[in-house]
Each structure stands twice: as C-alpha cells, then as structure tokens.
Design a protein around this ligand. Structure first.
Ligand SMILES: Cc1ncc(COP(=O)(O)O)c(C=O)c1O
Length: 364
C-alpha cells in the first residue's frame, strides 16, 4: 500500500542527527524552557523573517494565544475562510469571539475579494490560512486590514517557509501561528507549535501566557496556560529546521512531476498562484466523483485522505452558529471534491510513478 503520508522516511533521512540531539537533551538534565527552546526560537524567527518567535505546545495554542494577546474576545468578530481545518476556527471561538466565514478562491485560500463585504463594526481581525502550503493573496489582504484597522493573524500550520512574492508567510500580519504536528513540513516528534511576531509586547505577553501567566516563578500576573514547547521537541525541531529548505524542495520536485505527468480530464490539479511558492504540505486534486476515485485508488493499493470532509460551519461543534448546508456552496463543494494524494519526504520515484499511472488510467 502506498500511504498518503509516511513519517518514518523523513526521520531516517537525518536519523543520526536526530538521535544525537535526542541523547544530548536527555543527558542534559534540563527538559523545560532551556537553551534548546531559546535557540530554536531564535532560528525560527530568522527563518520567518520575524523579530520574535515563541515556542508553544501546539498550533491550536498558538492561535488561541495570538487572539488572546491581541485582546480579541467576546462580542468581537474574526473573518476567516470557510474551508479550513477546524482548529483555525477554534482559535477564535475559544476566546469567545465569533467566526465570520468567507468563501475560498480557486487556490483554496480566502477569497480576498469577498472579505470587505463581511466587515461590520464588530470585526476586529482577519485570520488567513495558507492552506495546503500555498500563500494567500497577501497584498490584497494586508491592504484591506490596513484600510479598516483590522488585526491580521496568519495560520501558517501548513505553510512553513512558503512565500508570497518573496516574503515569507507568518511575517505579514500581527502574529503568525505555526503547528509542528509531526506531518507538517517542519514536523516535531509529538505536538509542538509557535507564534512569530515583530511586536515585542505581543511576544512578551505570549511568553507569559504560555507559562501560567508568570514571568517570574510564582509571580502570576494573569491566568495563563501551560503551553510550553519542551526542550526535546525544540532540539529535534532545530535539526529539522536546518534541513527545511531541502525538505520543502523535495516536495516541490515531487509536485512538479505530478503537475507534468498526471493527465486525466476528470482530475483538476492544484493551481499555483502567480509569484507564490507552494510547499505542498498536501498535494490536493479535485474531481466530481471524489469518493469513487478514492475507492478506486484504494483498490489499487494507494491511500488518500480528504482535507477536510466536513467544513467547520457544518460540524457538530459549530451547530450553535446556525449554518445549514448550502450556506457556503464553494466551501461545501470543495469538501465534496478534494482529495490529497501521496506526498511526503522520502517518497520513492516508483511510488510516485505508480500514483501517476493509476490516476491516468482512471476512467470515472
Ligand atoms: C490549518 C491548521 N491550523 C491549525 C492546526 C492545529 O495545529 P495543532 O495540531 O498543532 O494544534 C492545524 C493542524 O493540525 C492546521 O492544519
């Protein structure tokens, strides 16, 4: 069976470096908030072209703390695309704020032309999600946020190192939120996340919030959380970060082969936005009879995944928002038509060839 994603291949690529670092941290006797976290934060800030990075326990925590640090909560509205992973929306609602959904564009990111019609006097921020690894239309989004004095938060869980016109995602807004869930382009060996920002007050505030609201031990200023990135994950992430460029480049090469060699009129390949990178966290194809294609691939020993079958506005968790099927037709049609095909570091050429061959033979 060819898997949609395989994490072991990425580990074996740099096995010695990971094992050396793991042993170094284990033998150090220091496991929480130490030199590995500081050093990772410094290199990750540089990687994203930001002044500050703060390591956290997950991508969801990064979103929660970003909105909290920006003072966004009850009574406030945050504009976000409808077709995202539900954690993006949870980052908003856990703070008591209300998500206001916008339909996506043909690149599966927020349709920037549809943002302004959703702005009300309660709107406080826009959350863009650089979904599947491709940057959103940031020139337009930044312009709108400036014109309406809105905060801009970027969900970069899937876009590590991906650029819009040469500027790296995470560096456009007030806060960039990252997940290092193991399957991400820069993945940890467990849960981990971070925020990046150019604003010292926001960085300091989030540093306090991640550690029970205390700057100095037992002197708690506010009610915070325990959302610390641990030393072991930080050390392993530093190893991964050293290789981030080549890891992204490898996925881009695989995507290029798929782009050139998958030729089937029943299948739409992902579109690339002019002047943008796509780092292919996922390689997502689109087809009318998606479930049939998925079954056919499975019968041919190829696993695929749907990102995401139920859009947040139709999930049970958000039934209270009162949306019904048909509320966001483009979002809903993507949920019924998109399919992520095998894409991971270390995927063999023969595996790629087999995926291409089977897709090209599909007759519907
Ligand atoms: C777009 C998006 N936002 C947020 C998250 C949440 O990150 P985490 O799983 O680290 O909490 C994820 C991934 O899981 C994601 O893909």
């Amino acid at each position: 069976m060819i898997q949609t994603n395989r994490l072991d291949r990425g580990f074996f690529k740099y096995q010695q470096e990971f094992e050396d670092k793991a042993l170094e941290v284990l033998r150090s006797g220091w496991y929480i908030l130490g030199k590995e976290v500081s050093s990772f934060e410094e290199s990750f800030a540089a990687f994203t072209g930001s002044k500050y990075a703060v390591g956290l326990a997950s991508g969801l925590d990064a979103l929660i703390l970003a909105f909290r640090a920006l003072g966004i909560g009850k009574g406030d509205e945050v504009i976000v695309q409808g077709n995202t992973y539900i954690a993006s929306v949870m980052g908003i609602t856990i703070n008591g704020a209300t998500p206001v959904f916008v339909e996506p564009d043909e690149y599966y990111n927020i349709d920037a032309d549809k943002i302004e019609e959703k702005i009300t006097d309660k709107t406080k921020a826009v959350l863009v999600v650089h979904l599947y690894g491709q940057a959103s239309r940031m020139d337009k989004v930044v312009e709108i946020c400036k014109a309406h004095s809105l905060k801009l938060v970027e969900d970069c869980a899937q876009s590590h190192g991906s650029c819009f016109k040469g500027k790296v995602t995470g560096s456009f807004g007030d806060v960039g939120c990252f997940s290092f869930y193991p399957s991400k382009n820069i993945g940890a060996f467990g849960d981990a996340g971070a925020i990046v920002t150019d604003n010292k007050d926001i960085a300091d505030n989030i540093r306090i919030l991640r550690n029970y609201g205390s700057e100095k031990r037992y002197h708690n200023k506010v009610v915070g959380m325990n959302s610390r990135l641990d030393e072991l994950q930080a050390g392993l992430l530093s190893v991964r970060l050293r290789h981030a460029k080549e890891l992204n480049e490898e996925k881009i090469r695989v995507a290029k082969r798929y782009d050139e060699l998958i030729k089937n009129p029943l299948i739409k390949l992902p579109k690339k936005r002019e002047g943008c990178d796509h780092i292919y966290h996922q390689y997502v194809i689109r087809t009318e009879k998606r479930d049939e294609l998925m079954e056919y691939l499975k019968a041919n020993e190829i696993n695929t995944i749907i990102h995401y079958p139920i859009p947040p506005h139709l999930s049970e968790a958000y039934a209270y928002l009162g949306f019904k099927e048909g509320s966001f037709p483009i979002t809903e049609s993507y949920a019924g038509q998109l399919l992520s095909i095998p894409m991971y570091n270390g995927i063999y050429k023969e595996e790629q060839d087999r995926v291409i061959e089977v897709l090209n033979e599909y007759k519907g």
